[in-house]
Design a protein around this ligand. Structure first.
Ligand code: SAH
Length: 483
């Protein structure tokens, strides 16, 4: 392979998408180029902007033959904003790419045989209204967004979203995938900041007050939470801020939802960190939570609790998880990484007893409240790390039926499960393990581990698209014990 240099130009075909949604193409000698903004199927002229030994980064000089799957995003800031990485691909193609990614990782990282995977693999569950679309992608589907606040070069206060791989804010108060009311609230908060001389946080100096604006919207109840993340304990003109915010008219055309502010909170975060929220929050007005419903269960969600961001697709995801759990009413079930108890409570309605484990104490407070709120008495919740709570429980409760459950459900963050947790799961030896995953690479790694000695067999994998326009994909996998 030749050594390539910066500023060389070539015409290449884009054949793959990288982990951040960038296009990948190869020069004739095999040298790999990563090109932001290029999509699979494009033929482009590219200029090398950074050359490493075996690969480099390129910039599009011209799109010579656009991919048949390329679309023009309707969002005006799509090209600059780092929030959506693949909004220039048709939704149909987005789904195809995600499905293939899960399949490939199961084979490459999971070590499963390709034919075997093809037999147990279900097609990706997409957003029905758009599933076949070659021209449009889902809009306004998220129930939560955290918008950073800062200053532009002229000193104006702005909010929006970070550009790719940076903390430079692309100003935009009208996020196309955010909740439809976010725009009204963000515009108001900018107005408030200007009117009352409230400063925006500056990461480089550690000065300035408002860091992020968290907005959470309950699509089934219309309840809205606004939580300001601040570099300090309080905000100027608090009374006026609250009064004006709760007086906003959130009625928007084309929405049958009666949106209203139910909660205004403040989470103080004075640390020089990329972590958005502080460790605690204070209620400035209303409740410390919003309520939302999934099927027949209501959930209270605090600012610090995790809640699936796409209500339409969450229904389908949980339905898959429940199907996999195969409950008849007599089962003992663990729900690890349970958040506010969403999956736990659905399981509890169909099982004998459920045990939930979650690391965030406020989420467990919500989970317990949610059980009570819905009259569910057969769910017990533990605060702590799954990899600590589960082994400790297993060691200390030799006679409890909880140490030999029928089903274990896990729904870990992207890094997947800790091996200590996986080992205890294997020791507990449930007849089924349902793995809900937001990262197919760690899913594949963990499934490999769980299946290694032949005790468990992978029965099904179903990808679900929760994050349209991004490269992320959720999956539900079912493992069954070989008896
Ligand atoms: N099942 C829930 C939450 C899934 S998100 C739902 O569908 O709503 C993953 C959750 O795991 C988050 O709530 C996160 O706070 C929690 N978590 C992260 N690391 C953990 C750990 N080591 N042990 C237990 N919970 C953890």
């Amino acid at each position: 392979m030749e050594k390539h240099k910066k500023n060389e130009e070539y015409q290449i075909s884009i054949t793959d998408l990288g982990t951040n949604g960038e296009g990948i193409g190869h020069l004739e000698d095999g040298y790999t180029l990563f090109v932001v903004g290029a999509v699979v199927g494009d033929t482009i002229t590219v200029r090398i902007v950074k050359a490493m030994k075996n690969y480099g980064y390129g910039r599009i000089m011209s799109i010579d033959v656009p991919s048949p799957d390329r679309i023009i995003p309707t969002c005006p800031v799509a090209a600059k904003c780092g929030g959506c990485q693949i909004s220039n691909l048709s939704y149909k193609k987005q789904l195809e790419i995600k499905e293939n990614k899960v399949r490939e990782l199961l084979i490459r990282v999971g070590g499963f045989d390709a034919d075997y995977i093809n037999n147990i693999f279900n097609p990706i569950i997409g957003y029905s209204d758009y599933e076949k679309s070659q021209t449009t992608t889902p809009v306004h589907f998220r129930n939560k967004a955290q918008y950073p606040v800062g200053n532009d070069n002229l000193g104006n206060i702005i909010t929006g979203f970070y550009s790719n791989h940076s903390h430079r804010i692309v100003a935009n108060t009208n996020c196309e995938i955010g909740s439809p009311i976010d725009n009204i609230i963000l515009e108001y908060i900018l107005k408030y900041m200007n009117a009352y001389h409230v400063t925006a946080y500056d990461e480089s100096t550690g000065r300035g007050l408002i860091r992020h604006i968290l907005i959470r919207s309950g699509y089934s109840t219309g309840e809205v939470m606004v939580c300001l993340v601040t570099n300090g304990k309080s905000i100027p003109s608090k009374k006026e801020f609250i009064q004006e915010l709760i007086s906003l008219n959130l009625n928007i055309e084309d929405s049958s939802i009666n949106w209203h502010i139910a909660s205004i909170c403040l989470s103080s975060n004075t640390a020089n960190t990329n972590v958005i929220m502080g460790n605690n929050y204070e209620v400035l007005w209303g409740q410390g939570y919003i309520t939302d419903m999934i099927w027949d269960i209501s959930f209270r969600i605090s600012p610090l609790s995790f809640y699936q961001v796409n209500p339409v697709q969450t229904n389908k995801l949980y339905k898959q998880a429940l199907l996999c759990a195969g409950l008849t009413g007599n089962e003992v079930v663990w729900d690890l990484y349970c958040g506010i108890g969403t999956i736990s409570l659905f399981l509890a309605k169909r099982a004998k007893q459920v045990y939930g484990v979650e690391i965030v104490p406020q989420a467990i407070d919500n989970a317990r409240e949610n059980a009570t709120l819905n009259g569910i008495t057969n769910a017990q919740f533990f605060v702590g790390k799954a990899e600590e709570v589960l082994p400790a429980y297993y060691a200390q409760n030799t006679n409890s039926e909880a140490i030999s459950p029928d089903v274990i459900v896990v729904d870990p963050p992207r890094k997947g499960c800790d091996t200590v947790c996986l080992n205890t799961m294997l020791q507990m030896s449930p007849s089924r393990i349902v793995y809900v995953s937001c990262d197919p690479a760690t899913l594949s790694r963990d499934l490999k581990y769980l299946c290694e000695d032949g005790r468990y067999e992978l029965k099904s994998v179903t990808p679900v698209d929760m994050f349209s326009n991004s490269i992320h994909v959720e999956s539900v996998a079912l493992l069954q014990r070989n008896d």
